[in-house]
Write a protein that binds this ligand. Structure first.
Ligand SMILES: [Zn+2]
Length: 199
């Protein structure tokens, strides 16, 4: 296809039901003409304002404070910087490979569902979240509650996970501390309590 043909296609012929087609063409042009499905999916996620806001919140809540405490990253306002000496190309590849290995090992061990919390696209409205925290006041599984000298953080959790059809109704929501929440992953409560007993 000639440049003029592609341009015409984008400008006039393209029938849009969503932004996916121009987004994909634009990204392919930008990335030298080719990209993997995974790269495209990442680009789509990047363009999705709803999921961006959700990830911003997640990132600030979880990996940033922990990595900052370990001196791995620093945070200046909205800028996150890796605190490491200048890496060579080979060193960068090695770090990326190590990260990918940790991720795939973790997913294999926990089951792929562990991502569902991270990939939640329909966050609980803040008013509902507030009502749940007000009702429970502490982690309903271990009883931990925030105080001046503990860094317990309470999270609103879906009893039946969203990925399994659970709703954002207050009846399907409960308060968990971060530890219980991560431990629970994407299992429903019955599975969670059963596995606790087995351990
Ligand atoms: Zn707990």
């Amino acid at each position: 296809m000639k440049f003029s043909e592609l341009l015409k296609f984008v400008e006039t012929d393209l029938k849009m039901s969503h932004v996916y087609q121009p987004l994909m063409i634009s990204f392919l042009v930008n990335s030298g003409g080719a990209a993997t499905i995974r790269q495209l999916a990442q680009e789509f996620a990047i363009a999705d304002e709803g999921s961006i806001l959700h990830y911003e919140k997640r990132i600030k809540e979880m990996p940033v404070p922990v990595l900052a405490r370990h001196g791995v990253v620093s945070k200046r306002a909205e800028l996150i910087e890796l605190q490491v000496e200048k890496l060579t190309y080979a060193q960068k590849a090695q770090i990326r490979a190590a990260c990918e290995k940790r991720i795939s090992d973790f997913l294999e061990k926990r089951g792929i569902d562990v991502w569902s919390g991270l990939l939640e696209m329909d966050p609980v409205p803040s008013t509902v979240r507030y009502d749940v925290l007000k009702r429970d006041r502490k982690c309903v599984l271990c009883g931990a509650s925030p105080s001046a000298d503990s860094d317990v953080r309470l999270h609103v959790d879906h009893i039946v996970p969203r990925s399994k059809g659970g709703s954002n109704d207050i009846g399907n929501l409960q308060t968990l501390c971060l530890e219980c929440n991560l431990g629970k992953s994407n299992r429903d409560n019955t599975a969670f309590l059963a596995s606790e007993l087995e351990d």
